[in-house]
Design a protein around this ligand. Structure first.
Ligand SMILES: [Zn+2]
Length: 140
């Protein structure tokens, strides 16, 4: 039985695995940290939070100091959906932010029965003129 944990994470209670709720990719053991099975992008903090002051003139520009702040983006290795973003200190292992009692979950869901399958909304139809010059939207 697959149950939703977050918008992009599910746990398969029978297999005891973390799954991507979008594509079904297996991230790893449900009793472990799901982040260990994800792709990680260690972002440059100044890309995420652009300096608000001239960095040639000021040491402090309102952008996080990369010596003290790391911004880690986690993505599904199967479909690329962003699963989590973590602000941490450089060199810290992935924060273990979801640790569930799998045995208790199994007992809880055994009484409830399986949840309804997830349905994802289709992206809105692109109609009318576009301001872009992309030719990727055309359907033939
Ligand atoms: Zn996925």
């Amino acid at each position: 039985m697959k149950i939703d944990i977050t918008e992009t994470l599910q746990i398969d209670l029978d297999a005891e695995q973390w799954l991507c709720s979008r594509c079904g990719h297996v991230h790893g053991p449900a009793r472990g940290n799901y982040k260990e099975g994800l792709l990680v992008h260690d972002r440059d903090p100044s890309e995420v939070h652009r300096p608000l002051l001239d960095t040639r003139r000021y040491d402090y520009s309102f952008t996080p100091d990369p010596k003290w702040c790391a911004i880690l983006e986690y993505y599904c290795a199967g479909c690329g959906v962003m699963v989590e973003v973590e602000y941490t200190v450089p060199g810290h292992p992935p924060c273990h932010d979801i640790e569930l009692d799998i045995d208790a979950l199994k007992a809880q869901w055994a009484e409830r029965g399986a949840p309804a399958p997830r349905e994802f909304a289709e992206p809105p139809a692109r109609t009318g003129h576009s301001h872009g010059h992309s030719h990727h939207d055309h359907k033939h």
